[in-house]
Design a protein around this ligand. Structure first.
Ligand code: 9MR
Length: 455
């Protein structure tokens, strides 16, 4: 992710303003820095703004024109699904997925891989399998596809839609589920081995309302994976909204609570049925919720024009059928630029989060700040390491824990006593770029005061 010096300046201004908030000052600080496209504006805060893309539309010049102008991430809408990539067992076809990946890479866009293991869109041969044979076929599929795309995928939806709707919080029944509850973690382990550099996500729908049983069930699975060291880096909230399934008032709480487990959160398939001001306000609420959560790292809309949508009649996207920007587009862009009129309701998290803000990083150095989610007897700490005005190759954060505190689990870091050092994949940071590591513990982590040294 390339951050401009303008972004660093904006980050500094925004973090200063968080402590001395005046609405007028926020507008003054940001209006001069407003980006003019979704991708550029999202990048100002280190995020991506992506779209689901169909390979057969890459010859449509209006479509590609909008894609290249506005978006800096893509998700193949259908081309990486199991039926597309392994139509016959053991014979892999990447032609259409490659068209999207090659296009994205030629434009400097990220690619979200979607999806390696799913109960739906299985090829006929897989639908007819069960037991050990199916488990092995699924693991082979994960391994082959993730290996083929190793190094080219920012985030993989390793497992998609594995929980049931309704009030039970149970797993969805499927041939994969019937191979045993551990099929999800087995898929994640295979994906990590095949492509250690990709972020590995669990992706689902109807997981936006914090109070829903399905949301709680996914939360408990991710918490369990983090506790046991199952490799998971992110949770994808598909976020398909309409009047039956509106943007919940506690949406930001849901994003924050997942993030507090030590995973990134990504809004992966956003679309909101409707039109005009109401639709624009709903989009604004979603974008503002993401921007308010440090670990909400990007937003993908599920298509470009309304006519490209899987539910085109609901006109759920940011561009109309002719490719014109809709009011929802403008509200998203304004929200990304932290400008415009706020129509969102502020939501509060159900957990306690305190953040220590930092000063502007010095040239060549780095700074660190901690945000803490504590409960009686335990905590999850997330440490943000930000490079100064020059790139750095490595970092070490020095931070003493209070006496009596025990760390039970760490991620994205190597710890030696009070020294917390980068791992292989997160030491190099461009000027102004940040990375995060975390740890879970028992006792208290109040009053941490990290310092950062760069190499
Ligand atoms: O948008 C996709 C549509 O073109 C396909 O026909 C459909 C088939 O399952 O999948 C749609 O995408 C889905 C995504 O893969 C998973 N979450 C729900 C999406 C909308 O149905």
């Amino acid at each position: 992710m390339k951050l401009t010096s303008r972004s660093v300046l904006r980050a500094a201004l925004v973090s200063t303003l968080v402590t001395a908030t005046t609405g007028a000052a926020v507008l003054m600080a940001t209006s001069a820095n407003a980006g003019t496209t979704l991708g550029a504006s999202a990048a100002e805060s280190g995020r991506y703004f992506g779209a689901a893309v169909a390979a057969n539309k890459l010859s449509d010049s209006t479509y590609v024109g909008i894609l290249n102008r506005e978006f800096n991430s893509v998700t193949p809408e259908n081309e990486m699904k199991i039926d597309a990539t392994e139509p016959t067992q053991g014979q892999f076809t990447f032609t259409n997925a490659d068209r999207i990946v090659n296009h994205a890479r030629s434009q400097g866009m990220k690619v979200r891989g979607h999806t390696l293991a799913w109960h739906s869109q299985q090829p006929g041969w897989m639908q007819n399998m069960s037991g050990t044979a199916l488990r092995n076929a699924m693991l082979n599929h994960v391994t082959q596809v993730a290996t083929y795309y190793r190094g080219k995928i920012d985030s993989w939806d390793v497992v998609n839609e594995a929980f049931a709707d309704g009030t039970t919080g149970a797993r969805r029944d499927s041939n994969l589920q019937r191979t045993g509850d551990d099929w999800i973690e087995a898929a994640f382990r295979a994906a990590r081995t095949a492509d250690p550099g990709a972020k590995l996500c669990y992706n689902d729908y109807n997981t936006d309302d914090w109070t829903h049983a399905k949301t709680q069930a996914v939360y408990r699975m991710v918490q369990d994976f983090k506790t046991r060291g199952v490799p998971i880096d992110c949770v994808g909230l598909q976020s398909h909204f309409n009047s039956q399934s509106p943007v919940p008032s506690n949406y930001q709480t849901t994003l924050q609570n997942f993030a507090n487990l030590g995973v990134d959160v990504q809004i992966t398939e956003l679309d909101i049925e409707g039109s005009g001001t109401t639709q624009a306000q709903n989009y604004e609420r979603v974008v503002k919720a993401c921007l308010a959560v440090t670990r909400c790292t990007g937003i993908t809309v599920w298509g470009i024009r309304d006519s490209d949508s899987w539910r085109a009649s609901g006109t759920p996207l940011l561009f109309d059928g002719s490719g014109n920007k809709k009011p929802a587009y403008t509200s998203v862009l304004n929200a990304l630029n932290l400008g415009g009129t706020s129509t969102s309701t502020t939501t509060t998290t159900t957990t306690t989060t305190t953040t220590t803000t930092t000063t502007t990083p010095p040239p060549g150095g780095c700074t660190a700040s901690v945000s803490l989610n504590s409960w009686n007897g335990g905590f999850v700490a997330t440490v943000k390491v930000t490079a100064g005005a020059s790139a750095i190759n490595s970092w070490t954060v020095t931070m003493a824990l209070p006496a009596g505190t025990t760390v039970t689990n760490t991620w994205n870091v190597q710890r030696s006593g009070n020294n917390w050092t980068n791992v292989s994949y997160n030491g190099r940071l461009a000027a102004g770029q940040y990375t995060e590591f975390g740890f879970q513990g028992t006792g208290s982590a109040a009053g941490l005061s990290p310092t950062c040294a760069a190499g």
